[in-house]
Design a protein around this ligand. Structure first.
Ligand code: KG4
Ligand code: ZN
Length: 338
């Protein structure tokens, strides 16, 4: 089954052709990073306008010489994300599906991040999943694509958001994740003593507080002269604490459930220190799966892949075909997806 995936939830305009959820024929991505850089962050209205400008060109690039008649369904991100941006992808996808008379598969953005490592790996269930992106930080237990339970999340900022904010305080550019990753190279991770995130609170065994970490960094930076050496050391200290929290909390979930399989995705999964540490986890006997760098950040291949998993399991009926900006599947108390 050939699926055209479309992704416009934030600042990447992307389209991809993926066969049977695995065979990636194309994955065209236009990143708006250069456009938003001068604002030090994503400006929603500017983002939606640029999606409008690029969407057709990017779909054409993804299609290459494949005729539209060969496409069996269109999968599209319908949220969570920036509403105006989502609407561009969603309206375009609806137009294609309607005129071709093929199914439209709405895809949850976080679920598509969760799917990314499956694009290039055969991952058995159950596993512990970790999604760390600019908008979300989640730990969950997955028993299948459609049976998983949220174990922990952030109580305030997301991991990527903290990278972006600390980068700003350090005078580094947007997006902060790659900038801090670069700046931290060769820096001293023990330069700044930072708290172990919510480690002492049993009720927060799988939860994060990245706003707390960001505040701790800002507080300890007071009075410091930000020369190159200091920036490098602060970046290294923050990165070690931020990555350490992801590993600590995911490690807790692995330990408590006895499921020695960890699947890591989302923009922050591109972080080089995190990837290094995950290699060490492998050596300690935990099976670890991640996505290659190009599928960590926002891309349409993961949308097409997730769309295939949903469609073939008959799990698309309960998803909305309009755009939404918030995560709809988190219920109070027991948090269950999908
Ligand atoms: O998943 P994603 O592309 O978009 C969202 O759904 O949010 O994640 C973007 C986030 C940004 O906050 C960015 O700073 C972060 O991922 N990021 C990184 C790295 N590359 C991107 N964070 C840490 N290290 C990186 N190398
Ligand atoms: Zn994303």
């Amino acid at each position: 089954m050939l699926i055209l995936g479309i992704e416009t939830s934030c600042d990447e305009t992307s389209a991809a052709l993926v066969e049977d959820g695995k065979n990636i024929l194309s994955n065209a991505v236009f990143s708006q990073i250069e456009i938003h850089k001068k604002f030090d962050g994503v400006v929603p209205e500017v983002a939606s306008r640029n999606h409008l400008i690029k969407i057709i060109e990017i779909i054409e690039e993804a299609m290459g010489s494949v005729p539209l008649a060969d496409v069996d369904a269109v999968a599209v991100t319908n949220g969570p994300g920036l509403l105006g941006s989502l609407l561009v992808g969603l309206s375009t996808a609806k137009g294609i599906a309607f005129t071709r008379g093929i199914p439209l598969i709405p895809v949850n953005h976080i679920e598509s991040h969760m799917y990314a490592p499956h694009l290039v790996n055969d991952i058995p269930f159950p596993y512990i999943g970790l999604v760390a992106s600019g908008g979300h930080s989640l730990i969950f237990r997955a028993d299948s694509f459609h049976d998983y339970e949220l174990m922990g999340t952030t109580i305030d900022d997301a991991a990527g958001e903290a990278f972006d904010k600390v980068a700003k305080v350090l005078g580094l550019g947007y997006p902060g994740g790659p900038e801090i990753d670069r700046a931290a190279r060769g820096g001293d991770p023990d330069f700044m003593k930072l708290p172990r995130m919510l480690a002492e609170r049993p009720e927060d065994r799988y939860n994060f507080s990245y706003s707390g970490l960001k505040t701790a960094v800002a507080f300890r930076m007071k009075g410091m002269t930000l020369d190159q050496e200091t920036v490098k050391n602060v970046a290294a200290s923050f990165q070690a604490a931020a990555v350490g929290a992801l590993l600590l909390k995911a490690g807790n979930a692995v330990e408590d459930t006895g499921i020695k399989r960890l699947v890591v995705s989302g923009g922050v999964a591109a972080n080089s220190l995190l990837r290094e540490k995950l290699e060490l986890m492998k050596q300690a006997g935990i099976e670890v799966f991640t996505a290659p760098l190009e599928y960590c950040g926002d891309n349409a291949a993961m949308v097409a892949g997730r769309g295939y998993a949903d469609y073939t399991a008959g799990k698309t009926g309960d998803l909305r075909t309009d755009a939404y900006s918030r995560l709809p599947f988190v219920k109070k108390g027991k948090r269950v997806f999908g």
